[in-house]
Design a protein around this ligand. Sequence first.
Ligand code: N2P
Length: 350
Amino acid sequence: MQTRRRALAALITTAAMSLIASTAQAQTAKPVLNLFCWSEYVPEGVIKGFEKETGIKVNVENYDTNEKMLAKLLAGGAKYDLIQPSEYVVESLIKQAQLEPIDSAALENFKNLDPKSLNLEHDPGNKFSVPWMIGTVGIVVNTAKVKEEIKGYADVFNGKYKKRIVVLDDNREIVSWALATLGLPINDITAENLAKTKPIVKGWLKQVKAYDSDSPKTKFLKGDVDLGIVWSGEAALLWEANKGGGKFKYVLPAEGAHQFVDSLCIPKGAPHKDAAMKFINYILKPDVSKLISKDFPYTNPNLEARKLLKKEQLENPASYPAGEPKLDRFKDIGKAARDIDKMMTDLRSQ
Ligand code: N2P
């Protein structure tokens, strides 16, 4: 009896001690947020501001294409709390049940968003995504070097600017430019359409000097290239670098251009969902969102933040295009994405 009682007492002590130890650990371990986002898209100051306000440490990992992000995410392994996919990838992840629902009613600052940026076809009702920034893919022209008028893809690749061109390192984007040039819908990725784009893309790639999805602006500033097909935010920074009136011009291709809507989403099984919700609400604050626009001048969907932007920022034609350009968003194309990659790998190895 005596021995049994002692054994029981020992057992209780051990259990109590490990409980104390794990509680202590939980109290000392700093809460974290694992953010997997595009390069050149989330200002360092915004991360620091969030860490200071919440005490949550942010681990940042970057990608430069949706496809690379998807591959890593779906491989499992790493446990991300927030990702930043474009519209067609949000659509695909919802279909695959890979996202946690987001209760927008629990986000105090959700009301700041432009209703026009909400309830889009890739996520009706914004049940799984909150818009980060909206942008286009278009042409930057160094008008000090390129004297001809550049209206579209066909002008960029007319053969005169061989090896003076930078393009995004993005297979889906490049193929969409060829489809638009052929007058075909950019989401119709059939074997037949791809075969039609192949000779066009082949001719284009020979003229490309560099592929860069991270910071193509740098190649313009260094004078390595005079033409490029890049993200609008990169074009907007070049426009700013030139004090607006200068040599770098942004042209939305006459054949039509991709308008992307990039959002924050919480992957299924994210370990720190509360921290992810806090981050989303934080970046929706007008004075925080304003900082994102300053460093990365895409179209800000936050109307309250837009009220805080300077006149020059709102007049930047790459950030806030005038008129009615021909724009189209990408749709989830399922397995056809692999056909694009196969064709592009083949062409780029030639
Ligand atoms: C920023 C990336 C732009 C987002 N570097 C393209 N969807």
